[in-house]
Design a protein around this ligand. Structure first.
Ligand code: ADP
Length: 272
């Protein structure tokens, strides 16, 4: 299922003295099965855009099409509920989304809410908990007894158990140590490849964007500045610098090596 964003304008506090245009006539497409990064400096509109993709915010003008479902200014709750089944969202610090008394119940909540039977929901929960390496003899425990990293896994299992076609991940590595950071990023890549789902990652970490994503959408002041292949966008050092984004280590290194290479060629040779 593709997501098509058409002339999307999003205004906070519309028609009040505090009116603020967060997205301005933005048009783009997210194709099924690809891994996207949404990048841009703070305040460029990333978070507003992703909240439009699963109906958390509705457009002020324009629309968002998720498969056959259309989100626009006055879309009904029933349609938004359908969209949420297709587009899952892992927020920053997903462990804050946990609430139930046991791990199993927590992961079953989403599937039950989608209308699955107890048995089906339990099956789904167990499938995704095992996939994330949570031992099934532990799932009767409270999620709040676990470490931060484990709690995050439970929260992610809860989203995956709804089997969304599109998974939006907002700064998933915030606050993680380097080892958990790599594990988390690898996990999303594996999920994307194994289930052929679309991933839309919002991050400031250009090394992750370089390593894991296929395509980039660069936002600036609520507009789409540039979109295209990750390699093309992340090797455009001027573009990144203009938008206050870091240059990925590997690009910086390649740049340094090529500059040094030129300098070495110019050095006088010892002809003895
Ligand atoms: P990003 O995720 O790229 O940092 P946001 O989508 O959060 O950008 O914000 C885009 C713009 O909208 C910013 O100027 C921000 O200050 C403004 N904004 C975000 N949320 C709100 C809100 N709830 N009320 C008013 N303005 C907001």
């Amino acid at each position: 299922m593709n997501i098509e964003v058409s002339a999307l304008t999003s205004i906070y506090h519309h028609r009040t003295p505090f009116e603020h245009i967060a997205l301005d006539e933005l048009t783009t497409t997210f194709e099924q099965g690809k891994y996207y990064a949404v990048i841009g400096r703070t305040g460029s509109g990333k978070s507003t855009l992703i909240q439009h993709l699963n109906g958390l915010i509705l457009p002020t003008r324009g629309n968002v099409r998720v498969g056959d479902l259309v989100l626009k200014k006055k879309t009904k709750q029933k349609v938004i509920h359908q969209v949420k089944k297709h587009v899952g969202m892992v927020f920053q610090f997903p462990e804050h989304q946990l609430f139930d008394e046991t791990i199993l119940k927590d992961v079953m909540f989403g599937p039950l809410n989608m209308g699955l039977s107890q048995e089906e929901a339990k099956e789904r929960a167990e499938k995704y908990l095992s996939l994330l390496g949570v031992p099934l003899d532990q799932i009767g425990r409270s999620p709040f007894d676990l470490s931060g990293g484990q709690m995050r896994k439970i929260a992610i299992a809860g989203i995956l158990a709804m089997e969304p076609e599109v998974l939006i991940v907002d700064e998933p590595t915030a606050g993680l140590d380097p080892k958990s950071h790599i594990e988390t990023m690898k996990l999303f890549k594996e999920i994307q490849q194994e289930f052929n789902i679309t991933i839309i990652l919002v991050t400031h970490d250009m090394n992750d964007v370089f390593e894991y994503t296929d395509e980039v959408k660069l936002l600036g002041s609520g507009k789409l500045i540039k979109e295209g292949r990750t390699l093309d966008i992340l090797t455009d050092e001027k573009l990144l610098t203009d938008h206050y984004l870091e240059i990925p280590d590997i690009v910086r290194l390649a740049h340094d090596v090529s500059k040094k290479g030129v300098a070495l060629n110019r050095m006088p040779r010892n002809t003895d």
